[in-house]
Unconditional design. Structure first.
Lengths: 286, 333
């Protein structure tokens, strides 16, 4: 029983991390139709910035994290203006290659500035303490991750369903040209949602630093994971990313507990099954 | 349109004779370079042999991507299967190199056929993801069966017999180099024949318009599976060579990094012309080799910049440079 609850809790928190990082990629791919392999790089940038702000400069965690996210968002918006506007026109293959090139540059930059060792982020003592839930104790960090993930999911729901920006975003995802002819400033929407996705990825990367340690090669190592979540959940669907992330997170964690020699094989088999039966993903709109 | 600049692509096939007459001078020059390199750089035989092996893999990728238009990030699955197939064959059954090549080719072709049945039903992102998944699953299986494959330590104990019973493999790598060069030449000739044949034209037709190919009665799906299988056999030969020459097979031969690097090499050189695979691989691996020995940490800057420059400014790759330069300098077309 405690194995099961262990799997569920670890799987759920792993899934939350995957969700936070991947949701921005799902929106970008559904909205701008860009296969952005550099998305993991935003998680890296967030984590690297957080590392530098806490360990290098000595800022407190709760100041450093929002600051790191902000820095990443600014870099992302600049990149969108300079690099990605042209990428929108490319063929799929060219997009894959261009974003791989961008990923390499991101990795090389972090490597150059901060070295190639693991960039640890000092978390406050409160997070490391164990919290007793009555039937089980769990590390405070897992609880923080789960709560943060649920808040983000709820926040995104509110953003999409109840705000002007949200409805414009949904319109642009469903039919770009129609949305533009109705007067929606799609260029601005692209920029803002790109920045939002990058910010969420940075946040997810920072929070997930315990489960997915941050080092310069982070984007290459974990990029496949984020792509899988997006492909399974369906491009452009936030709910799809959520369920795909949770489901895949639990499957992967369960596999690691039960048959550790086989690593991530079940993760990928699950993905192949979903994609073969539903090529657009669970809730894909694109 | 691209009609002017791609004469080679739109000319009618002339079959066997066509393959021999066109570009024969360039082929002979390349072979001469391959032979000369042995004497000019006697201390770099290991590196150059690896380049030759990678060229085989990238040629096979060119068949799939450049000619048939199937974008895949899992080509290492075919290469690595050939490597492990040949390696296991050498350790447990027979250490004859030529038989090992055959085993590698068959292994690669089988994996390509089976995975192709699933992959080629999809396209775009889904196909990309599935191709990655196939390679990852294979890698995990190989890793899991440590008792057979050595897992993450790699498959060791490969001790090759002399080729044809005469030419033994030596430490310096002389036999390995000639072996790889001859296999590469044979593979290249084979590919030129395929590409100039009606089968190759079908591949290009499917690339340009699957709907029209279907309209004229081509079973598009099965032709794609056929092309993918042939490419798998060739990649398998590359993998087998790698196993035999280095006498080691590691998990990296099935890895995503290898698939991505092969893709980059092909794009650098230029898709769909076979020569692009050769130039792209030589350029990439040489830059990697020199940059990594100068500064092992920052060579990613170089590669990232190169990839971006090619994609943004010269999408046809290295082979497209002459035309680009001609246009910019105002000469010719």
């Amino acid at each position: 029983m405690s194995v099961l609850s262990g799997i569920l809790i670890d799987g759920f928190s792993y899934g939350m991390i995957l969700f936070m990082i991947s949701v921005g990629l799902s929106v970008t791919m559904g909205l701008m139709r860009v296969i952005n392999l550099a998305h993991g790089g935003f998680a890296l940038l967030g984590g690297a910035a957080a590392h530098w702000l806490t360990t290098g400069i000595g800022l407190g965690y709760f100041v450093a994290v929002p600051l790191a996210v902000l820095m990443t968002v600014l870099i992302a918006i600049a990149m969108e203006r300079v690099l990605y506007r042209k990428i929108y026109q490319f063929t799929e293959l060219q997009q894959v290659l261009a974003t791989i090139g961008i990923t390499f540059l991101m990795i090389a930059s972090v490597n150059y500035l901060l070295g190639s060792t693991i960039l640890a982020i000092q978390i406050p003592a409160a997070f490391t303490a164990s919290i007793d839930l009555g039937f089980r104790t769990l590390p405070g960090h897992r609880l923080v991750v789960i709560i943060a993930g649920l808040l983000i999911a709820a926040g995104l729901y509110v953003l999409l369903e109840r705000t002007r920006f949200g409805i414009q975003l949904r319109a642009a995802v469903d039919n770009r040209n129609m949305a533009a002819s109705l007067g929606i400033n799609t260029v601005k929407i692209y920029g803002l949602s790109f920045g939002l996705g990058a910010g969420l990825a940075a946040f997810g990367g920072i929070l997930g630093a315990e489960l997915l340690p941050i080092d310069a090669y982070y984007p290459l190592r974990y990029m496949v994971l984020f792509l899988v979540v997006v492909a399974v959940g369906g491009m452009g669907s936030i709910a799809g990313s959520f369920f795909a992330a949770i489901g895949l997170g639990i499957i992967d964690t369960a596999a690691r507990y039960i048959v550790p020699e086989y690593g991530t094989i079940f993760f990928f088999i699950a993905m192949m099954l979903v994609l073969t039966l539903r090529p657009r993903g669970l809730l894909g709109k694109a | 349109m691209t009609m002017d600049t791609n004469l080679e692509k739109t000319s009618p096939a002339r079959g066997f004779r066509g393959a021999i007459n066109r570009r024969t001078v360039l082929d002979l020059a390349l072979i001469a370079v391959g032979i000369a390199a042995f004497f000019i750089f006697p201390d770099n035989l290991g590196f150059m042999t690896r380049v030759l092996i990678m060229i085989i893999m990238v040629l096979s990728l060119d068949l799939v991507l450049g000619y048939a238009g199937v974008a895949t990030l899992g080509h290492a699955a075919l290469f690595g299967t050939g490597a492990y197939g040949a390696g296991l064959f050498a350790v447990y059954i027979s250490a004859d190199p030529l038989l090992g090549l055959l085993v590698g080719a068959i292994a690669g072709a089988i994996i390509a056929f089976v995975s192709g049945l699933i992959l080629l039903r999809a396209n775009g992102l889904t196909l990309l993801m599935l191709s990655i998944a196939v390679a990852q699953v294979l890698q995990e299986i190989v890793n899991g069966e440590r008792w057979l494959t050595g897992g993450s330590d790699g498959l060791l104990g490969i001790d090759m017999d002399p080729i044809l019973g005469i030419y033994a493999f030596d430490f310096i790598g002389r036999t390995g180099y000639w072996y790889a060069l001859i296999v590469l030449i044979v593979v290249f000739i084979f590919l030129k024949i395929i590409v100039a044949s009606p089968f190759g034209l079908v591949a290009r037709g499917i690339h340009e318009s699957p709907e029209r190919m279907r309209a004229i009665g081509t079973p598009v799906y099965w032709r794609l599976v056929g092309i993918y299988t042939i490419a798998g056999g060739i990649a398998g030969i590359g993998g087998a060579l790698s196993a035999q020459v280095t006498e080691l097979v590691s998990l990296e031969s099935l890895g995503f990094a290898l698939s991505a690097e092969a893709l980059i090499m092909l794009i650098l050189g230029g898709l769909g012309r076979l020569y692009g695979a050769i130039f792209g691989t030589v350029i990439f691996m040489t830059v990697h080799h020199t940059a990594a020995s100068i500064d092992p940490f920052n060579w990613l800057f170089v590669i990232g910049a190169m990839v971006l420059l090619v994609v943004y400014f010269v999408p046809e790759g290295f082979l497209g440079l002459p035309q680009k330069l001609r246009k910019h300098l105002g000469l010719g077309k």
